[in-house]
Design a protein around this ligand. Structure first.
Ligand SMILES: C[S@@+](CC[C@H](N)C(=O)[O-])C[C@H]1O[C@@H](n2cnc3c(N)ncnc32)[C@H](O)[C@@H]1O
Length: 339
């Protein structure tokens, strides 16, 4: 018999408070690769414990707790099976969130535990906990950088489909994805537009992993890869520049610097597309307002309203031309050179 959910205020608050427990249970399952181990059918906790070098009863209890929130289901004989939610933890699932779980439950989790530092000082808690800004830290820690890049690919894949569906690329010859990570969004734009050429611009150690992504999409021959720092050099020239989840990493001063560098790379009549969430009145906490806090904690950045984007564009010598909502949790904020 199913328990009736307790919806008293106390119970609701206790469920909210338990978020950290769910995060760590998901992290455990993702780290141990439990969803991959169940790909061929149910297994007992003992079998899973043997495969993961864990203690059978402790693993049983962790998986039973996950089954209690719909991730895995418990069968008779202490056996566990996949559920649709658990399938998202499989490495090869087309919408796999395993990389997101691994990324969010590691350094990000520890930085959030120091949220009060950010709110007290306005500075990123990440720097306080790890002694270096997030992107510098990633440069120095290849395993964390790989986890971050994989997690970004998941987000990019989701938004890329919405971008190519919503925007007309036929006027452009060359699109430059600034801070484009390992090329997931650029690959989607080039794949959907066979006449379009592209350039990927990101930090050298990040673009070093881009070639396989572009080759797998069949667009490597139409794409230049450029490693560099957008605070010290202008990106490659293009008639469309995209910035997905870039400005939200930075405060206003740094964001204007990035936009100015991009403005230098824009050909006349070119457009710049900032692809990010736009905060509207009544915005939902999940995901936009939580992402806003994430940016505060991790990088000292923020999500912005349309008026705030307009101010950034103006300060960088650009004008905001229109905002195109996407079916993903983001919009295209389009800008052009003044005049
Ligand atoms: C939130 S990620 C977004 C990546 C990509 N646009 C996507 O959506 O998957 C921010 C990106 O900015 C890049 N980045 C950070 N600092 C940079 C810098 N100074 N110059 C160039 N790229 C930088 C990071 O390496 C990372 O790939």
């Amino acid at each position: 018999m199913m328990d009736t959910p307790d919806n008293s205020l106390t119970a609701v608050m206790m469920r909210l408070l338990s978020g950290f427990r769910v995060t760590q249970l998901l992290a455990l399952a993702a780290n141990l690769g439990i969803a991959d181990l169940l790909a061929d059918g149910p297994q007992t906790a003992e079998e899973l414990a043997r495969a993961t070098a864990t203690q059978p009863d402790a693993l049983y209890r962790a998986l039973r707790a996950l089954a209690g929130v719909g991730v895995f289901a418990e069968l008779d004989g202490r056996r566990f099976t996949l559920t649709p939610l658990a399938e998202l933890l499989q490495t090869t699932h087309s919408d796999s969130l395993r990389a997101q779980v691994l990324f969010q439950s590691a350094e990000q989790y520890r930085a959030w535990a120091d949220l009060r530092h950010s709110v007290t000082t306005g500075a990123p808690a990440f720097d306080h906990v790890y002694g270096a800004p997030h992107f510098d830290y990633l440069t120095m820690h290849p395993a964390s950088s790989e986890a971050f890049n994989q997690a970004m690919r998941v987000v990019s894949r989701q938004v890329a489909a919405a971008v190519v569906e919503a925007y007309d690329f036929t006027q452009a010859d060359r699109v430059v994805d600034v801070g484009g990570g390992q090329g997931t969004l650029l690959a989607a734009m080039l794949r959907a537009n066979p006449a379009l050429h592209g350039a990927l611009f990101d930090l050298p150690h990040v673009v070093a992993g881009a070639e396989p992504v572009l080759r797998a999409a069949g667009v490597a021959d139409r794409c230049e890869i450029v490693g560099g720092d957008f605070f010290t050099m202008a990106p490659p020239e293009g008639d469309l520049i995209t910035l997905h989840h870039i400005l939200h990493d930075w405060d206003d001063e740094r964001s204007v610097m990035i936009l100015r560098a991009c403005a230098q790379a824009l050909r006349p009549q070119a457009k710049i597309l900032v692809i990010e969430a736009v905060i509207t009145p009544g915005a939902n906490a999940m995901p936009t307002l939580f992402l806003d806090i994430n940016m505060m904690v991790m990088n000292g950045g923020r999500e912005r309203t349309a008026a705030e984007f307009e101010r950034l564009f103006t300060a960088a010598g650009l004008r905001l031309t229109r905002i195109i909502p996407l079916r993903a949790e983001a919009s295209i904020i389009e800008g052009a050179l003044n005049g």
